[in-house]
Design a protein around this ligand. Structure first.
Ligand SMILES: [Zn+2]
Length: 147
């Protein structure tokens, strides 16, 4: 984690918090290049009724077409699910910074096995926000992780 990582992960957290305040799943994401935000987004399951619009997918969609992802880092407040993990690998994103994987995780080693650098920040704010969401909205959380 360098200073850019700390700053950009914070933006992902703020996206997550905005999602929480909207009544959605509080997961935010940022696609960055050279320490600059390319696009930022958040889970839109509730807001747009879109089950595929996870935080990472929303950020990548907002980023639009990119000639390459080889020089990018993807920040996400919560460890990526298998759909988003697949997208990270498919797009060739070489580096992922994860806010936390206490509340959800499991694909970190798979990403690493595909050559992706994975950093887990163990961010207390990300952990606390997800914990609160899971406690307050267990059915919505179960829906988001297909359980
Ligand atoms: Zn996902």
């Amino acid at each position: 984690m360098n200073a850019d990582d700390t700053r950009l992960l914070r933006i992902a957290y703020e996206e997550a918090k905005a999602g929480f305040d909207e009544g959605g799943c509080p997961i935010g994401s940022v696609l960055a290049r050279g320490g600059e935000v390319v696009a930022q987004g958040r889970n839109q399951r509730v807001q747009k009724g879109d089950p595929i619009a996870h935080g990472e997918m929303d950020a990548l969609r907002k980023a639009g077409r990119q000639k390459t992802y080889r020089d990018t880092t993807l920040y996400t407040s919560l460890s990526p699910c298998m759909m988003c993990t697949g997208t990270i690998i498919q797009f060739g994103i070489p580096r992922v910074v994860i806010g936390e994987n206490k509340n959800f995780g499991g694909n970190e080693e798979f990403l690493r096995s595909k050559g992706v650098e994975v950093i887990v920040a163990d961010d207390p704010d990300c952990i606390a926000l997800m914990r609160r969401f899971i406690d307050e909205e267990p059915e919505l959380w179960a829906e988001d992780i297909a359980e």
